[in-house]
Design a protein around this ligand. Structure first.
Ligand SMILES: Nc1ncnc2c1ncn2[C@@H]1O[C@H](COP(=O)(O)OP(=O)(O)OP(=O)(O)O)[C@@H](O)[C@H]1O
Length: 542
């Protein structure tokens, strides 16, 4: 029986459904006990020779069975409802938190781990909250109440049962710490395997190109074996715990019946037997619920790590309107990535005048993307400041900043959805006319209409069904729809066709643009060129 502090807190956020699960669990137990008491009374009536009373009592037994069936149905329905609610709330909370953490968090962690936590971890928590935790409450209430009542029937049997109940509830707790530790090991192995699989699928083309599929297969087999070993380790402890519980259940029942046999009537012996069975029923149910809920207990570490992570930048800006005119200024900006001794950019100063384009050029690793990331506040500078229209970007709310800065990245992400859905990401309320107008300006309309379903054509994951140029033109259309005054443009390193080139100059028009440039012809189109080397500005030329 493991009750995790963080999991209890999470249960607190769905108090109503959780309380309903506990209440129905108690009602089901009460129905079992009532049935047992009625059966005992019916037997006592038969022993007395009062057949009509026995028949009446048996009729009540049938009624209780019917009520119990209804209660079991209601409990199952509430369990499913509560589980769904818990999962939805927790996923919402985790996604919002991930959004706050931003891309800086995902670059420092394995995407597969985060995905496993969000999908399998949260899925595993459902039975923990909706079945296991309510059953813990029932297990603490029902046996204690029944033993208390049994003292009024047969004190000797009740005393034996009390010891057995204490044993079944307390002794297995000695294994809890080991169980939790091994559970964590198992979760780590599970998350590592899931991350490796995700990476293998994402990088399949590269793996095949280098003939490395076999090597990766061996590594995955090793991971799977690790998972098997850690699962067996956890199972061994779990089985010991189950064995100890079973011993107390059997020994407690036999001992209580024996005590009643030596000190009570036949009716009392029967009463003790049925009460002992009902006393341990919640314990057995708890053991079943444990197997459904243990994944959640082990997943909670991943969830806790995610919830405990703090964003690379704090959203403390109080200004909610985007400053105009939107000149971008870097003033003495120095920044080193967390854990890195060497600054990625050092004392960088330059200005992009409103409506102008500055091309950032320089060798790989010079700091171009870092400056773009600082403008978007994926990180804050260690020294100096980045401002838009004279306002430090730290004084702008993150919503205002992100609403005013559009991005066209080299590898812009397209989601598994239709063309229209991908475009509307930038502006969910955009009408069809606006979509088409943006697509036309981005030179994307023609190829979109040639797709089998036009704007309603589903795109493969990451836009896999489109060419590189088509993907970029969709990204440009998306940026046009966002209609942000500032644009960060990460120009493709590979050859760009003339239509995409034309679309790029369209999207730049009238916007303040910071462009990571690689090709001489686009560099020539910029109003200014800032050359970086080793994180410092080598030259700023008009
Ligand atoms: N997330 C990160 N964590 C630690 N160091 C990083 C990170 N991203 C970049 N760096 C380092 O910061 C320096 C600047 O990198 P940056 O990506 O800004 O260069 P770049 O000029 O954009 O290069 P490229 O043209 O190859 O994209 C490099 O030394 C790089 O190794």
């Amino acid at each position: 029986m493991i009750i995790h502090r963080r999991l209890l807190q999470l249960a607190g956020s769905v108090r109503g459904p959780f309380a309903a699960c506990v209440a129905l669990g108690l009602a089901v137990s009460a129905a079992y006990v009532t049935q047992a008491v009625l059966l005992t009374a019916a037997l006592a009536a038969l022993i007395r020779g009062d057949t009509p009373a026995a028949v009446r009592l048996l009729a009540w037994v049938f009624a209780v069975i019917a009520v119990r069936a209804a209660l079991l149905w209601a409990r199952e329905a509430v369990t499913v409802w509560a589980g769904g609610l818990i999962k939805a709330r927790l996923r919402d909370r985790l996604i919002v938190h991930l959004g706050r953490l931003g891309p800086a968090y995902l670059t420092g962690t394995r995407t597969g781990n985060v995905q496993t936590t969000l999908v399998d971890g949260v899925e595993g928590l459902d039975p923990y909250f909706s079945r296991y935790l309510p059953q813990v409450m029932v297990t603490f209430c029902v046996p204690v109440a029944l033993v208390g009542w049994l003292f009024t029937v047969n004190a000797a049997a009740a005393a034996v049962l009390a010891v057995a109940v204490a044993g079944v509830l307390i002794i297995p707790r000695f294994w809890d710490a080991t169980l939790l530790r091994r559970g964590r090991g198992r979760w780590a192995a599970f998350a590592a395997l899931a991350s490796d699989y995700l990476e293998a699928m994402q990088g399949m083309a590269t793996l095949r190109a280098f003939g490395a599929v076999g090597t990766l297969g061996t590594r995955l087999a090793g991971r799977a074996h690790d998972l098997y070993l850690t699962t067996m380790r956890q199972l061994r402890v779990s089985l010991v715990e189950t064995g100890v519980s079973a011993f107390f259940v059997q020994a407690g029942t036999a001992g209580a019946v024996l005590a009643a046999t030596t000190s009570g009537s036949a009716w009392e012996v029967f009463a003790v037997l049925v009460i002992a069975v009902e006393c341990f029923r919640p314990v057995k149910n708890l053991s079943d619920a444990w197997h459904a809920g243990y994944l959640g207990i082990t997943a909670v570490d991943g969830i806790e790590v995610l919830l405990a992570a703090s964003p690379a930048v704090a959203d403390r800006g109080t200004r909610h309107d985007f400053p105009t005119p939107p000149a971008i200024t870097f003033e003495g900006v120095t920044f080193a990535y967390p854990g890195s001794e060497r600054p990625a950019v050092r004392e960088v100063s330059f200005t992009v005048e409103p409506g102008r384009t500055v091309a950032l050029v320089g060798p790989s690793g010079a700091g171009k993307s870092t400056l773009a990331a600082l403008l978007q506040r994926h990180h804050d500078p260690d020294e100096g400041r980045v401002s838009i229209g004279g306002v430090d970007v730290r004084d702008l709310s993150l919503d205002a900043l992100r609403g005013g800065v559009a991005i066209v990245a080299q590898d812009t992400y397209l989601f598994h959805g239709t063309v229209a859905e991908n475009l509307r990401l930038a502006r969910p309320d955009a009408g069809d006319e606006q979509l088409i107008a943006a697509a036309r300006l981005a030179a994307a309309h023609d190829f979109i209409t040639e797709l089998p379903g036009g704007y309603d054509t589903p795109l493969g994951e990451r836009g896999a069904t489109l060419s590189g140029g088509q993907r970029q033109r969709l990204a440009i259309a998306r940026a046009l729809l966002a209609d942000a005054p500032v644009l960060v443009l990460d120009e493709a390193t590979s050859h760009v066709d003339p239509r995409t080139e034309q679309a790029l100059s369209q999207v730049r028009r009238g916007r303040t643009c910071l462009m990571i440039a690689h090709r001489p012809d686009t560099i020539r189109q910029a109003d200014h060129v800032v050359t970086l080397e080793n994180g410092t500005v080598l030259e700023a030329a008009a």
